[in-house]
Ligand binder design. Structure first.
Ligand SMILES: Cc1cc2nc3c(=O)[nH]c(=O)nc-3n(C[C@H](O)[C@H](O)[C@H](O)COP(=O)(O)OP(=O)(O)OC[C@H]3O[C@@H](n4cnc5c(N)ncnc54)[C@H](O)[C@@H]3O)c2cc1C
Length: 459
């Protein structure tokens, strides 16, 4: 019996794991190489919009994640003193984009994705490097401290500082500092009644949103030079920057221990890559198009990428002879496997992937950079004008505000060639579709806080 072609995914983050699940469901023999000791994402929340949830529907996980949506109601944009600049109605958001926005802990999403993969697929403590991108005549090669792996497809999902990207496009300038640093905390906030909000000040923002597990996800950002760290601790820094902002900001700060606060400088790829593929390698997520978090779309786009990539790379277009083990000598000598037709068809799939993803993610990255100019604006006259415009626009109709998410949140995935009814049955094309495994929340659920109104969006 011929073995399925091999896919090696470098990076076990949101994008890499989604790709691994989608490729596994398409019939690829998948290995995920993650350099960390465990699949431990940063301890923060992530918002998934209807576009990413529809992408997750393709691998049978959309409804599992939708079930984690916190109660929906009104929220909006505020000024640091508490004045509402714009209100948004979660029902209107769901109505306009065909579904809710879900805020969940990153660990829950990662656990849910990892649960879909067979034992042994994910190899942790496996920092990987691209040794050879391969071509139509030879497989790609990935090196790890444990040895070298060959694959008919390599997915570079190794994040914003991607080594796979550098290997493929050494002349690309790489990420630039977006001009601000971000802090994130996830804390229980029992007994605090608050409306979900994002608050824009002068060169600073703060957001507080409920999660379904009863905790609260708060994030903050400030225009500061790159590389800074608080002399004492990051909680104290947040108190200095935001301690006098409206409720519930002081309550969140009071509930936060110094060790709970994550701080990261924000970077993005200002110059788009020439392509999202080369040889037998595809890049996705932050490795391909890191963007500022101002639209809350970086992870969403990584999920979209993964589903679209799996759609375009059909394992049946790879000649089985490519999957046959080859000696390192034969590879080094560049010996042909005689599968040019198979390789060429994979190349066409990868080109289709770039064509589908590059324009969309470039446009969204530009939009996210543009929003950062507005919400992280520092000048007093500028922010006065901005806040007045927001108030007027909001009164003219909340739909005006929601329009900024048109063409982003209403995206639909390509029609799946492996749509599953979750029974593990064949999809009618000979490919066995794995059963979807139910997700289990990764963390214990404390008593829910008294939350009056849910969030609208978060970066
Ligand atoms: C403050 C902030 C808030 C955000 N909020 C949101 C949000 O609400 N919604 C949203 O959609 N997006 C959000 N984002 C963006 C989102 O976090 C990223 O876009 C997303 O995590 C990208 O996923 P990824 O899988 O491409 O990369 P990553 O999540 O960075 O994963 C890359 C993985 O590759 C591993 N790795 C790296 N190098 C190697 C190597 N050589 N070998 C093996 N493994 C390697 C890493 O350890 C990591 O596990 C936010 C970002 C920030 C900074």
């Amino acid at each position: 019996m011929t073995q399925a072609p091999r896919a090696v995914v470098v990076g076990g983050g949101i994008g890499g794991l989604t790709a691994a699940v989608a490729l596994h469901r398409r019939g690829w023999r998948v290995t995920v190489l993650e350099r960390a000791r465990s699949l431990e994402p940063v301890g923060a929340g992530i918002s998934l919009a209807p576009n990413a949830l529809r992408a997750l529907d393709v691998i049978g996980l959309g409804d599992e994640i939708r079930a984690l949506a916190a109660w929906q109601g009104d929220g909006g944009l505020r000024a640091p003193g508490g004045r509402w600049l714009s209100r948004s109605d979660a029902a209107a958001v769901a109505g306009r984009f065909g579904g809710p926005l879900v805020l969940l802990h990153r660990a829950t999403l990662i656990a849910c994705l990892a649960a879909q993969l067979p034992e042994g697929v994910v190899r942790t403590t496996s920092a990987a490097a691209l040794a050879d991108p391969g071509d139509a005549d030879r497989p790609a090669r990935v090196s790890t401290s444990g040895g070298e792996l060959e694959a008919e497809l390599v997915v570079g999902a190794d994040g914003i500082h991607s080594a796979v990207r550098r290997a493929l496009f050494p002349r690309h300038p790489g990420p630039v500092y977006s001009g601000f640093t971000a802090w994130r905390v996830v804390v229980p906030l029992p007994g605090v009644d608050f409306a979900s909000h994002e608050t824009w000040g002068r060169g600073r923002i703060w957001g507080t949103h409920p999660m379904e597990d009863g905790r609260v996800y708060a994030y903050a950002a400030a225009r500061v030079p790159a590389g800074g760290r608080a002399a004492d601790d990051e909680r104290a820094e947040l108190v200095r920057l935001f301690g006098d902002w409206h409720d519930p900001v002081p309550a969140v700060l009071a509930a936060t221990r110094p060790g709970d606060v994550l701080r990261h400088d924000v970077h993005h790829l200002a110059e788009p890559l020439p392509a999202f593929h080369a040889g037998r390698v595809a890049l996705l997520g932050d490795a391909a198009h890191a963007m500022p978090p101002t639209l809350g779309q970086g992870g969403n786009q990584a999920v979209e990428d993964a589903i679209v990539l799996a759609h375009h790379v059909d394992p049946r277009t790879v000649d089985p002879s490519t999957a046959a083990p080859r000696t390192v000598d034969a590879i080094t000598a560049g010996a042909s496997t005689g599968n040019r037709a198979g390789g060429d068809r994979l190349g066409a799939g990868l080109a289709a992937y770039t064509a589908a993803r590059r324009p969309r993610t470039t446009a969204i990255t530009r939009k996210a950079v543009g929003i950062a100019r507005v919400n992280m604006m520092r000048s007093r006259p500028g922010t006065v004008l901005r806040d007045a415009a927001l108030t007027v626009l909001s009164k003219a109709g909340p739909a005006l505000f929601l329009r900024s998410f048109d063409t982003i949140a209403d995206w639909r995935p390509p029609r799946s060639p492996y749509a599953s009814d979750g029974t593990g049955a064949s999809d009618g094309t000979g490919v066995r579709v794995p059963r979807t495994v139910p997700c289990h929340p990764a963390s214990p659920r404390p008593t829910p806080p008294q939350i009056r109104v849910p969030r609208r969006r978060s970066p």
